[in-house]
Design a protein around this ligand. Structure first.
Ligand code: THU
Length: 130
């Protein structure tokens, strides 16, 4: 799967967003080591803190299907800025592989790419000893 195809999958997933409170729709597409793609959208809730981001929906779908080897994730939203994952999603991605490449896409379809380790240096881990 190409980067463009991964971004297209994230853009399609954005169309499923349930975002009646913020009106801000997000789509994510997560690529596994075997070439499978899992998508997610943000799902909001009237009890605002129960909202789940698109990235975590994609990752939780994948893990629940037996996946744990992740290579890249594309995130698409309609903002002028690149769609950057929130801190919680960075930590959740880092749990599986801090080398995942994160493609952050803006409204124009331009993107920035960074590794999770660059977006979240010193991620919390129970395995580390400082
Ligand atoms: N959101 C995501 O889906 N991913 C992020 O990384 C940041 C924020 C969603 C959550 C909420 O539904 C909306 O964007 C506004 O915060």
């Amino acid at each position: 799967m190409t980067v463009e195809e991964l971004i297209a999958a994230a853009r399609a997933a954005k169309g499923q967003a349930y975002a009646p409170y913020s009106g801000f729709q997000v789509g994510a597409a997560l690529l596994t080591g075997t070439g499978r793609c899992y998508t997610g959208c943000n799902i909001e809730n009237a009890s605002f803190s129960l909202t789940v981001c698109a990235e975590r929906v994609a990752l939780f779908k994948a893990v629940s299907e037996g996946e744990s080897d992740f290579k890249a994730v594309a995130i698409v939203a309609d903002g002028d800025d690149y769609a950057s994952p929130c801190g919680a999603c960075r930590q959740v991605l880092a749990e599986f592989n801090s080398g995942i490449e994160v493609y952050m896409v803006n409204r124009q379809g331009e993107y920035l790419v960074r590794k999770v380790s660059q977006l979240l240096p010193s991620a919390f881990s129970l395995k580390k000893t400082f």
